[in-house]
Design a protein around this ligand. Structure first.
Ligand code: MTE
Length: 320
């Protein structure tokens, strides 16, 4: 992956909004509609930043109301993305608008009682939604805090009814070279794939995302459905999902198949194990010039550490 230590725009855009302002804005949107809220904050209208508020307004999960750091403002996170289908720079937000999310259907198959397809709206109706404010740590050592809207991955698993022999869940991104030009590049193993053990998939932290910042999901964030695993490096959080497969074979992720010594299956955030080309001991929040210490499991160890009991280096040794 291309690693930008200090992107040039960061200095200019280093105006931070704290969490209180974000929450006020959330209330504004709920009360007066998105247009009013955005106008009052003076945010420029930008095609890459959707204005459609998520309806109904999701309730904030009290267990994820405070990420311990301020929410990173939308104007920063929506302009600094990894979505290689649309290019290898961080500035793919405009290009990603080419993705049409109309009539989006997700295929559920593999070791399930009955394979089926489900439209994204139907899926959301079946699972319900909530909001969670969580930390995100990219393997490239930048980080952010985002208020995601979505539902626990465990609800998707329950809906799919996997057979008892299923050991892993495998996700696949759309494949369309007309829309995503980078998918013509034969040196990448398209489509993007990621996977987790069933224990990881049903952990309370595993989240399926359909919105952010009170709005329907931005295309550059991986609309209309992406994963977010807050204790793992960001490349595990696969975007724009079209297929969910239950299997007894460990899925090989997109980056893992390119370079397994740098981007392994487990990819748990671990400050003690450096990337081969840079330190993982610290990270740079997108809205700051200063680096901060990286926490084991990105600070979510209480919820997930037990999943890796007895595993050397949280499984990292497997990919070194
Ligand atoms: N999913 C797909 N389909 N394609 C990608 O290139 N990049 C991953 C992950 N999911 C990626 C993806 C990486 S490396 C990171 S850090 C996060 O998405 C970035 O999410 P963000 O752009 O919403 O910050």
């Amino acid at each position: 992956m291309i690693y930008h230590r200090k992107p040039d725009w960061l200095i200019r855009e280093n105006l931070v909004t704290d969490e209180t302002l974000f929450l006020n804005r959330r209330n504004l949107m709920a009360g007066f509609g998105a247009g009013t809220g955005l106008a009052m904050l003076g945010q420029a209208v930008d095609a890459a930043v959707p204005e459609a508020p998520f309806t109904p307004v999701p309730s904030l999960n009290a267990g994820f109301a405070d990420a311990g750091r301020r929410v990173t403002v939308e104007s920063i996170t929506s302009k600094y993305n990894n979505f290689y289908e649309f290019g290898s720079s961080k500035r793919i937000s405009a290009e990603a608008q080419k993705l049409s999310t109309d009539d989006w259907v997700i295929q559920i198959d593999g070791m399930v009682d009955k394979p089926f397809q489900i439209g994204i709206e139907d899926l959301i109706k079946r699972t319900g939604i909530e909001e969670r404010i969580v930390r995100h740590r990219c393997v490239e050592a930048w980080s952010m805090v985002v208020p995601w809207i979505g539902f626990p991955m465990a609800k998707l698993v329950a809906l799919a009814k996997p057979q008892s022999g299923a050991k892993y869940i495998r996700f696949e991104t759309f494949m369309d070279t007309k829309v995503a030009k980078e998918q013509k590049a034969a040196w990448y193993p398209w489509p993007y794939v990621e996977g987790f053990t069933m224990a990881e998939a049903t952990n309370e932290l595993a989240f399926m995302v359909v919105g952010a910042y009170g709005k329907v999901l931005h295309k550059q964030f991986g609309a209309p459905l992406r994963v977010h695993m807050p204790w793992k490096f960001g490349f595990k959080s696969i975007k724009s999902i079209v297929k969910v497969t239950f299997t007894d074979k460990r899925p090989v992720g997109f980056w893992e198949s390119l370079q397994k010594k740098e981007y392994g299956f487990w990819a748990n955030v671990n400050p003690a194990v450096d990337h081969r080309r840079w330190t993982q001991a610290t990270e740079k929040p997108l809205d700051s010039d200063d680096r901060i210490p990286t926490q084991i499991f990105n600070g979510y160890g209480a919820q997930v550490a037990h999943l890796y009991d007895g595993m050397d280096d949280l499984g990292d040794r497997l990919w070194r």
